[in-house]
Ligand binder design. Structure first.
Ligand code: 5GP
Ligand code: ZN
Length: 107
């Protein structure tokens, strides 16, 4: 737990963020500033910085949760985005699940 970390505060239930899904090591909630029709954040409960520090079990669980969401909601196409190091704003590992996006895009 990092007192200054917004995602740690969300994990602890200190905010009014609605948790959409929870698994052993992860929680899922909507991004506050959505960049796609479906924009969820898959977030580790543990304060891990990014993919360079993650354990195999947590990374595998991210894969399972992401594919599980797509299957449960019958989402035909989705993107997973992970920003690491200086490319991230929140230094607590999360993967963006972007649903209902087109293959025709720049990035
Ligand atoms: P990144 O670190 O991957 O660049 O971006 C962090 C993401 O977290 C952003 O898309 C931002 O909108 C989202 N975010 C930051 N603070 C909050 C928050 O308090 N609640 C929610 N739901 N999303 C947040
Ligand atoms: Zn944290």
């Amino acid at each position: 737990m990092n007192e200054d970390c917004i995602f740690c505060r969300i994990v602890k239930g200190e905010t009014d963020t609605k948790i959409i899904k929870e698994s052993e090591r992860l929680i899922v909630f909507k991004d506050i500033s959505p960049q796609a029709p479906i924009h969820l954040l898959i977030v580790a409960k543990k304060h891990i910085q990014d993919i360079t520090r993650i354990d195999e079990e947590t990374w595998n669980e991210i894969k399972d949760v992401a594919t599980g969401i797509a299957k449960a909601r019958s989402i035909p196409g989705f993107r997973l985005v992970h920003n690491a190091g200086d490319a991230s704003l929140v230094k607590h590992i999360h993967v963006h699940f972007l649903g209902e996006v087109s293959g025709e895009r720049k990035l």
